[in-house]
Design a protein around this ligand. Structure first.
Ligand SMILES: *Cc1c(COP(=O)(O)O)cnc(C)c1O
Length: 411
């Protein structure tokens, strides 16, 4: 399938990677929790890892395997695990791979709930340094003897910071540090986290991947670049067979099986359908976002636009070098004295909602909602003032979006 274009691959991926006995072109949503073994020796061998088989659907089932195969193909990996939500993927990977006393370096510009989770990890005895990942030097400076991994988002929400992705990848490779990239905001159709050196690629499937705001999901793909023989926290019982699979084995056993945030089969099936149009939807949303950002750029009613596609964006060149489009997320800052609540209320087509990565264009005030739990110092460091509105651009006809924003801005 690699020789085909992205949309062709996406449309045919489920059928090609997961052929069905009856010729069905979709993987069915298989809801069986239990699996029968005709020979009791087989269930023994399955439990002992000597044969691959589904034994209980908390750990694995065919519909999840189908989705894992497609995500793995898209991220050019050597294996994938799926989870109930993006947050489940992040928290499970961390809790499976870290131990008390480890140090990790994470981005200072994180999805709010991810930041909140890392602060919780600090209470469990894990040292966490939050650093400005737009320059690899900050990561280098934060490194300690007990550092085991670096975590960042490719394109941050809501202020669209771009991490120094390849430079951090190169540094981690040299230091034998695990490098985890949350690629939710720049899915594989515009950015290959593997090409930037990521060891593990995490995605919230809830956003662009499924795209229609009707299902939650998360995934982690192992790119095969990291040598797990250098990772001290792999349990001896998982240090068997191909060392490339040790990390995912521990994530499956300690994470998915023991912590239990399993993706339901109907959700996996819905996500697979969404994936078919990922490239079409995302390219259209990126194009709309680029046009809107240009429209907003010198707008008298807008103080600032944060969009990586603008030459004025501080990491414009990082974005240009890594991504084939500049994403579909932006934030705008309205001038002092403009009531952002009233501005959002005047929007007719654009929906006020906390979601993003949807087919529909969405708006939300930032400081007052998703950053409500953050301290003032954290908001200042991230550049979040009380006048910031986040926009997740959808696939509508762009002229309709421009007209809606114009009437709301000029009222
Ligand atoms: C939404 C999001 C998550 C969490 O995903 P859920 O599926 O909502 O749990 C994680 N990371 C980023 C960058 C996100 O945008």
């Amino acid at each position: 399938m690699k020789e085909f274009g992205k949309t062709t691959q996406l449309v045919h991926a489920d059928k090609s990677l997961n052929p069905q006995i009856d010729g069905a072109v979709h993987s069915p949503a298989n809801q069986s929790v239990l699996f029968e073994f005709q020979d009791a020796q087989d269930i023994v061998d399955a439990f002992q890892g000597k044969i691959a088989a589904h034994v209980y659907s908390r750990s694995s089932s065919s519909t999840n395997t189908s989705l894992q195969n497609v995500m793995n193909h898209l991220e050019q990996g050597i294996g994938a695990v799926t989870f109930a939500t993006g947050m489940a993927a992040i928290s499970t990977v961390m809790l499976s791979l870290l131990k008390y006393g480890d140090h990790i370096i994470v981005s200072d510009f994180l999805f709010g709930n991810t930041r909140s989770f890392f602060k919780h990890l600090q209470k469990l005895g894990i040292e966490v340094s939050f650093v400005d990942v737009t320059d690899v030097q900050h990561v280098v400076n934060a490194k300690q003897p007990n550092t085991v991994l670096v975590f960042c988002e490719s394109l941050s929400n809501p202020m669209t910071h771009i991490a120094d992705l390849s430079a951090i990848g190169k540094y981690c490779q040299g230091q034998q540090l695990l490098y985890i990239v949350d690629n939710t905001m720049s899915p594989s159709v515009i950015f290959s986290a593997k090409d930037a050196g990521a060891s593990l690629v995490i995605s919230s499937l809830t956003k662009y991947v499924s795209g229609h705001g009707q299902v939650l999901g998360g995934s982690v793909v192992d790119t095969g670049l990291f040598d797990w023989r250098h990772y001290a926290n792999v349990e001896p019982m998982y240090q068997v067979g191909d060392s490339a699979q040790w990390g995912l084995t521990q994530i499956r056993k300690k994470g998915l099986r023991d912590m239990g945030a399993t993706l339901p089969a109907p959700s996996a099936s819905t996500i697979l359908v969404g994936l078919e149009t990922l490239d079409l939807r995302y390219q259209k949303a990126c194009e709309n976002a680029r046009k809107l950002a240009q429209h907003f750029m010198n707008h008298p009613k807008i103080k600032q636009v944060f969009y990586p596609g603008l030459a004025s964006h501080p990491q414009h060149f990082l974005a240009r070098d890594h991504f084939s489009s500049y994403g579909a997320l932006m934030s705008i800052e309205l001038p002092e004295g403009e009531d952002i609540i009233q501005f959002i209320n005047r929007l007719n087509l654009v929906i006020c909602s906390t979601h993003l990565g949807d087919t529909r264009t969405l708006a939300i005030p930032v400081a007052q909602t998703i950053f409500f739990e953050a301290t003032q110092v954290e908001r200042d460091r991230t550049g979040i003032t009380d006048q910031i509105v986040r926009l997740s651009i959808g696939i509508e006809d762009v002229d309709d979006l421009i007209a809606d924003f114009e009437q709301a801005l000029n009222a």
